[in-house]
Design a protein around this ligand. Structure first.
Ligand code: UDP
Ligand code: MG
Length: 323
């Protein structure tokens, strides 16, 4: 599937899930920007199993303007997978994923393209500040970037979403990654290439509500950490060795004390503390192994990443699975 003839220069990928209120305005702004760019372009919309009229709207737009193309997934697969589907279908020499809710200002595409023309392969858009978000969101986001920055072997840029420009080389590299747990920020960083960033202010959602809640963000964070670090798995052998050493010293002390001073029965508190402490640690480590194991299981099953129900505006129309 990677042998597409590059028919356009710029592909914009929009994952859409229940965004009927945003679509008209999105295309209006997107098209007015793209028209000024003096390139050929396409807009690949991936309908991620929307439950409202999003698909109907998208198809109407496609009929009116064929540069708008639609990939309709068979159900909701989540934003990261929808993005991957978009990457598989996009044919541009440069690809820009963008959110449908206008939180990624389309006007910035101009700057991204300029940097790309200067010779960069990845131009990511970094948020100047997160000031408009609640302190809890800011704090958790900060903590997340700090933790993953320490643990991950590839540097993951802070405050950077999926809004960025990717050269065809990078897109092909990402398409070669078969993993099902797709922590896109990490994958984009992992491939390397010549990267740079531009700053922008992230506005509020135009209409509708976000589908991200703290539970989803938590799982997203675990996905990110397990995909890009083995530290949580490895640290336990060191904790184990340390605890064993300390226990050995304590045991030696206990044996000598017993031999010298005889049996001393009280000690309920220390026994309880030791048992509970070790039990807790063992459960945590088991849980962490479980997190990794479930992801290994997910990969081993080898199911396709997504299923396409129908696609509008592509030459090789029809069903296509994983790319
Ligand atoms: N999205 C998607 N599938 C989902 C959830 C979201 O394709 O299951 C899309 C959504 O339509 C939007 C983008 O991903 O274009 C970002 O979603 P959202 O605004 O909810 O996330 P946030 O901006 O709060 O991170
Ligand atoms: Mg949003």
């Amino acid at each position: 599937m990677s042998s597409d003839i590059n028919s356009v220069e710029l592909s914009v990928i929009v994952p859409v899930y229940n965004e009927e209120l945003n679509i008209d305005y999105l295309f209006e702004r997107l098209l007015s920007v793209l028209e000024t760019l003096d390139t050929s372009y396409e807009i690949v919309c991936v309908n991620d199993g929307s439950k409202d009229n999003t698909l109907k709207c998208l198809i109407e737009h496609h009929h009116r303007n064929p540069v708008i193309k639609v990939v309709n997934l068979s159900r909701n697969f989540g934003k990261e997978v929808a993005l991957s589907a978009g990457l598989d279908y996009a044919t541009g020499a440069a690809v820009v994923p963008i959110d449908a809710d206008l939180q990624d200002p389309p006007e910035l595409i101009k700057e991204l393209v300029e940097k790309w023309r200067e010779g960069y392969d990845v131009v990511y858009a970094t948020r100047r500040s997160r000031g408009e978000e609640s302190w809890l969101k800011q704090m958790t986001a900060n903590a997340f970037y700090k933790i993953i920055g320490k643990m991950s072997r590839v540097p993951i840029p802070r405050n950077t979403g999926d809004f960025r420009l990717l050269d065809r080389r990078v897109v092909e590299a990402i398409k070669q990654m078969p993993e099902r747990t797709r922590f896109m920020k990490g994958l984009f960083a992992w491939v390397g290439f010549k990267q740079t960033s531009v700053l922008f202010d992230r506005p509020q959602r135009y209409k509708g509500t976000t589908t991200w809640n703290y539970w989803r963000l938590w799982n997203f964070a675990i996905d990110g950490i397990t995909s890009f670090s083995f530290l949580p798995l490895k640290v336990w052998s060191y904790v184990g060795v340390t605890i064993s050493l300390l226990s050995f010293l304590y045991a030696t002390f206990l044996i000598y004390r017993t031999l010298l001073y005889g049996v001393d029965l009280p000690g309920y508190a220390s026994i309880m503390v030791a048992i509970l402490f070790l039990g807790g640690i063992q459960l945590v480590t088991l849980g962490i192994i479980g997190e990794y194991l479930s992801r290994v299981y997910e990969e081993v099953k080898g199911r396709p990443l997504y299923l396409v129900r129908d696609a509008y505006g592509f030459k090789n129309n029809g069903e296509e699975g994983i790319g």
